[in-house]
Design a protein around this ligand. Structure first.
Ligand code: ADP
Ligand code: ASP
Ligand code: MG
Length: 588
């Protein structure tokens, strides 16, 4: 019998009536001839209330006890949901994470799923029950209760769907699908009919709170079709699957992280392994970094800047202080009043001028860009927090995301990725990282404009004029401005270096900045896979292996799908084999 997993979020089980309504949905699907697993979150704002209670007792509650507390929220809702189904005349049994055998690692409050023993679940289903599963929780090797991170019930749902080989995972929530951006922030946002795993993975890790990003890692890895829809209506919702909605569109959605922080470590000795020392200390605290920018200074010293969620700032600064002392760096500074605005789309990989369009739209609103980091399918900019929402609206408008994309003629729907039991077995650890490829590109040149004015419109002007010259820019990285001046680095095809430099020379003269610096040939290494940014251990492995091989990293960009580094061209082959060896065990 086909299995369907349905997940109901907090607002969808906020009171008894909503619980009964959700119960009816589950019964309906059961009556249609399916086995049904219902995953539930804590009721309404219960998790927030529990966190608040803990804070009233202590500012730093032990993480283990925090998990013990938070897991109670879901335990309340599973029991009530099972009672609701009974009261409607059907059979149901509720289970906690431990009872379902959801085994996780021991990273309390951010645990990752290692395995699920589906036996007990299957037995309960075969006995004719609707199984009501507690979302967000698991148990570690020593029987401690763990939780998967805020929003983690989505991950429970998709993981159960993968482990049971379910036909479909339905996510019932308080919006009727995935929108081009958060409809509460930008009312003109449009519901998408479908979105690809890759795009959803980037969007959710860049701030689209509708899905827990790790749930999309599972969905992609195991080919689970996910249907996001409203628990309050029968609207069609959004399908998350292998295909994008419209491959022609350069951008499918935009996202905002309102509370971000930028940290810069200053005067780091520019030698292999220095960045690595810093990153590993941060990763050890389970903090994911984004927008990593490294500027090589004049005296063999570099400044390294990056962003983290503002909530992670205290832990990050502790790590930074240790690293500064150990490396003998000059010091550090930070800005905790910044927001990150990103656009995502598979189509941008093959279309020119996308970044420039984003920069131009912000310039026209007078919004200054503090940092830039681009990857194959996303562009992120950092802006002052007070401009965050306005910047999101602006880029949403610039890409006309409110408009329905042109209809696409689609070949007959391709079957979902076949999920073989061997595959599940091979990933001894379900949330283990998985690398798809390590590639070397030696066709690019690197250009750096140092000391350009840190004013609105600067990036727009530079990339406008370069695009005018017919040059397609690949990686773009802009560092934090200091003393009113910023550095802008980007890669272009080697053949276009001459053209690019003549444009760049005129630009820098106009700015009263030093002439552009360039490296005629650089090697770009691209490591692609799933969950590249949030698996902090992965970045560490990358930097550690390059450092051990004595290879200095000149430019970095990170995203959930891709980690790019630029190194000296002569070291390209060596870097490639180093990385292949470093990731050999997780390369699929
Ligand atoms: P649940 O409790 O059901 O898990 P969440 O609050 O976690 O619900 O997620 C739903 C919310 O996500 C919506 O109310 C919406 O404000 C927000 N959201 C953010 N980005 C998006 C987006 N791109 N599309 C739809 N909703 C979004
Ligand atoms: N109840 C948890 C939270 O609020 C998990 C979830 O709702 O997904 O974060
Ligand atoms: Mg949620």
């Amino acid at each position: 019998m086909p299995i369907v997993v349905q997940k109901f979020g907090g607002t969808s089980v906020a009171d008894s009536e909503k619980i009964l309504a959700a119960a009816r949905r589950a019964i309906r699907v059961k009556m249609e001839g399916n086995q049904v697993v219902v995953v539930v979150s804590a009721m309404g704002k219960n998790t927030d209330l529990l966190i608040e209670l803990a804070r009233q007792i202590t500012e730093e509650p032990p993480a283990r006890e925090m998990d013990m507390l938070l897991a109670t929220g879901e335990q309340v809702s599973v029991a009530l949901m099972a009672m609701a189904i009974h009261s409607l005349g059907h059979q149901a049994i509720s289970m906690t994470g431990a009872q379902m055998g959801i085994r996780t690692d021991s990273t309390h409050t951010q645990a990752r799923i290692q395995s699920i023993s589906a036996g007990r679940l299957r037995q309960a289903l075969d006995e004719g029950n609707i199984v009501i599963a507690a979302g967000f929780q698991g148990i570690d090797e020593s029987q401690n209760i763990t939780t998967l991170g805020r929003g983690g019930s989505d991950t429970t749902a998709v993981a159960l769907a993968a482990a049971l080989g379910a036909e479909l995972c339905e996510i019932y929530t308080d919006v009727d699908g995935v929108y081009t951006t958060d409809p509460r922030v930008v009312p003109e946002a449009r519901r998408m009919q479908r979105i690809s795993y890759d795009e959803m993975l980037e969007l959710s890790s860049l701030g689209a709170g509708v899905m827990h990003n790790r749930s999309i890692e599972f969905a992609k890895k195991f080919g689970v079709p996910v249907h996001v829809r409203s628990s309050f209506s029968d609207n069609p919702g959004t399908m998350i699957g292998p295909e994008p909605e419209s491959p022609e569109q350069p951008v499918c959605g935009a996202a905002l992280v309102k509370d971000e922080a930028r940290v810069s470590v200053l005067g780091v000795p520019d030698r292999p392994g220095a960045a690595m020392t810093l990153f590993s200390k941060i990763a050890a605290r389970n903090v994911a970094m984004d927008m990593i920018v490294q500027n090589v200074g004049e005296h063999g010293e570099a400044d390294i800047s990056f962003t983290v969620f503002r909530n992670d700032l205290p832990a990050t600064l502790k790590a930074v202080e240790e690293a500064v002392a150990e490396l003998g760096a000059k010091g550090y500074d930070y800005d905790d009043q910044v927001s990150k605005v990103s656009v995502v789309g598979l189509g941008m990989a093959t279309q020119a001028g996308v970044a420039e369009r984003m920069f131009r739209s912000l310039a026209e609103e007078g919004i200054n860009i503090l940092m830039i980091s681009t990857s194959q399918i996303k562009i992120s900019v950092l802006v002052a927090r007070q401009h965050g929402t306005e910047a999101l609206r602006t880029v949403h408008r610039a890409f006309a995301l409110h408009e329905e994309p042109a209809p696409v003629v689609r070949p007959a729907a391709s079957a979902a990725v076949e999920q073989s039991p061997e595959m599940v077995a091979r990933l001894q650890s379900m949330e283990q990282m998985m690398i798809e490829s390590v590639a070397l590109d030696q066709s690019q040149a690197l250009v750096t404009l140092a000391g350009v004015p840190d004013t609105p419109g600067l990036a727009a002007q530079v990339f406008d004029e370069i695009a005018e010259a017919g040059v397609v820019v690949d990686m773009i990285v802009q560092s934090v401005g200091r003393g009113g001046r910023a550095n802008l680095s980007f890669t272009v095809p080697r053949n276009d270096l001459g053209k690019t430099l003549s444009v760049a020379k005129l630009l820098t003269e106009g700015f009263g900045a030093p002439p552009p610096a360039h490296t005629e040939a650089v090697a770009k290494l691209a490591v692609s896979g799933i969950g590249m940014r949030s698996h902090t251990a992965l970045a560490i492995r990358l930097f550690q292996s390059l450092a051990d091989a004595g290879i200095n990293v000149e430019l970095i960009s990170t995203s959930e799908m891709l980690l790019n580094v630029i190194v000296d061209n002569r070291l390209g082959e060596k870097a490639l084999s180093t990385l292949r060896a470093a990731f050999g065990d997780v390369l699929v």
